[in-house]
Design a protein around this ligand. Structure first.
Ligand code: ATP
Length: 389
C-alpha cells in the first residue's frame, strides 16, 4: 500500500504534421492517500488516461514528478513501480489459460537466476516437480480465483469466457501481484448495465477489503459517485476540483464541475441580486437563507448564476411565488419522470423529477416551487461564491 503524488506534472506531445504541440496535462498537483480509492473523471480528451499512464510508467512526463510511497518513480520503468493496471480491453494473453493469465505477473516478477528459472520451467512443464516458488504461485492463483469466483474457469482460455468473466480475470491478474497501487482505466465500459453494476460493487468491496490505493478512470456518473472516497475532476489538462462525491455534488467550485457532476446536471439560472437576502429569479423575488447575506452583499445589483440541483424544484400549485414553466421533454424512468421545462419569464431550461402520477403533457404550463436552501452561486468568471447553507 502506498500514497501517490503528482507534483506539477506536465505532458506535452510533440507537434505532428504542421500542427502545434499539444499540452495534455498542464501542471497537475495531486496527493492520493494510502488506501484511498480516487476516481478520475472529465470529458473525453481531458487527459485522464494520460495521467494514469504517467503513473503506470507507460509515458514519461515533460516536467514534474510522480511519487509512489514517497519514492520518486518518474523515470522508473513500469515493472519497478509496484503498480498494476487493469485496462478497458482486458488485455489478456489469448494463448494462456485463466490460471496462467492470473499467474503471469507473479512469474515475471523478481529477478531469478538461471537455476531458479530452470526449476520454475520444470515445475510448470512436468507433473512431478513442484518448486516452492511454483507452489506459492499456485496457492496465490487459487486464493485470487476464490475471491473472484473464477475457480471453475481456471483451465479455460480467454476466448471461452464472457466479457464479465474476462474482466474478472484481468482484475485477478492485478490483485495476484499484490501491488502497492491499482490503476484502472474504464474497466467496466465493455460490460452490459446489469453486469456493470455487479462488478462495480465487487471492485468496491475488494478495494475496501484489500485497502490498496486505487486510481480509477471513468466516464460513468454512477461509478464516479459511488466508488471513490474522492473524485478528481479534470478539464483541459487542469485539475478543476478534488473532493468527496458529496462535496463535489453540493459544493462545486466552478461552473464546469457544477455541470459535469450529477445526472441530470445542476440547473444553472441567471439571477439578479436585489438585496442582501434576495435575488430575482424568473421574475420572482426569492429570499435566500441568512447565510447567503454575506455572499450577496458584495454583489448588490449584479447578475450571478445560481446553481440548483434538480431536487430543489418541485411541482406546485399556481401562486405568485411559484415559477411558471412550460413542459418541453418528459422521460419516463419507471418510478419517476425526468422533466425538462422552459421558465416562462426567461426561457431558461430547468430539469427536475416528478412522480408519474402527475401525468404531465408536453406543452403543459406548470408551476415550480423553489427550495431556497443549498444553492450554489457563481460569479461572472464561473467561480463559486460559496455554498448557501
Ligand atoms: N501519443 C499521443 N500523441 C499525441 N496526442 C496524444 C497522444 N495520446 C493522447 N493524445 C492526446 O492527448 C489528449 C488526452 O488524451 P487522453 O487519452 O489522456 O484523454 P482522456 O481524458 O483519457 O480521454 P477519453 O475519455 O476519451 O479516453 C487527447 O487530445 C489525445 O488526442
Amino acid at each position: 500500500m502506498a500514497e501517490v503524488e503528482f507534483q506539477n506534472l506536465r505532458k506535452q506531445y510533440p507537434p505532428r504534421r504542421g500542427a502545434a504541440a499539444v499540452e495534455v496535462l498542464r501542471g497537475i498537483d495531486l496527493k492520493i492517500k494510502d488506501g484511498e480509492f480516487l476516481v478520475l473523471v472529465g470529458p473525453s480528451g481531458c487527459g485522464k488516461s494520460t495521467l494514469l499512464r504517467l503513473l503506470a510508467g507507460l509515458e514519461t512526463p515533460s516536467a514534474g514528478e510522480v511519487l509512489v510511497g514517497g519514492r520518486t518513480v518518474t523515470n522508473l520503468p513500469p515493472s519497478r513501480r509496484d503498480v498494476a493496471m487493469v485496462f478497458q480491453s482486458y488485455a489478456l494473453y489469448p494463448h494462456l489459460s485463466v490460471a496462467q493469465n492470473i499467474a503471469f505477473g507473479l512469474r515475471r516478477s523478481g529477478h531469478r537466476g538461471w537455476q531458479q528459472q530452470l526449476r520454475d520451467w520444470l515445475a510448470r512443464n512436468t507433473a512431478f516437480v513442484h518448486s516452492p516458488r511454483e507452489q506459492a504461485i499456485t496457492k496465490q492463483v487459487q486464493h485470487v480465483a476464490e475471491m473472484l469466483n473464477l475457480g471453475p474457469l481456471l483451465d479455460r482460455l480467454p476466448k471461452e469466457l464472457s466479457g464479465g468473466q474476462k474482466q474478472r480475470v484481468a482484475l485477478g491478474r492485478a490483485i495476484a501481484r499484490e501491488p502497492a497501487v491499482f490503476l484502472m482505466d474504464e474497466p467496466l465500459s465493455n460490460l452490459d448495465a446489469k453486469l456493470r453494476g455487479d462488478t462495480r460493487r465487487q471492485i468496491v468491496d475488494l478495494q475496501r477489503s484489500l485497502g490498496v490505493t486505487t486510481v480509477y478512470v471513468t466516464h460513468d456518473q454512477v461509478e464516479a459517485m459511488t466508488m471513490g472516497h474522492r473524485i478528481a475532476v479534470l478539464n483541459g489538462g487542469c485539475l478543476q476540483q478534488l473532493g468527496t462525491p458529496m462535496e463535489l455534488y453540493q459544493k462545486p467550485s466552478n461552473l464546469f464541475v457544477a455541470q459535469f457532476i450529477g445526472s441530470p446536471p445542476m440547473n444553472l439560472l441567471k439571477v439578479e441580486v436585489v438585496s442582501a437576502e434576495q435575488v430575482l429569479l424568473g421574475g420572482r423575488r426569492i429570499t435566500l437563507e441568512p447565510a447567503a447575506a454575506g455572499l450577496l452583499h458584495n454583489h448588490l445589483g449584479k447578475q450571478l448564476t445560481a446553481g440548483l440541483r434538480p431536487e430543489k424544484l418541485r411541482l406546485a400549485p399556481a401562486t405568485n411565488r411559484n415559477l411558471p414553466a412550460e413542459v418541453e421533454q418528459i422521460e419516463a424512468l419507471g418510478n419517476e419522470v425526468l422533466v425538462a421545462a422552459l421558465l416562462q419569464e426567461s426561457g431558461e431550461k430547468v430539469q427536475f423529477r416528478a412522480l408519474p402520477a402527475a401525468a404531465l403533457q408536453l406543452g403543459q404550463v406548470i408551476h415550480l416551487e423553489v427550495d431556497a436552501s443549498g444553492w450554489s452561486l457563481f460569479d461572472a468568471d464561473g467561480l463559486a461564491l460559496g455554498q448557501v447553507l
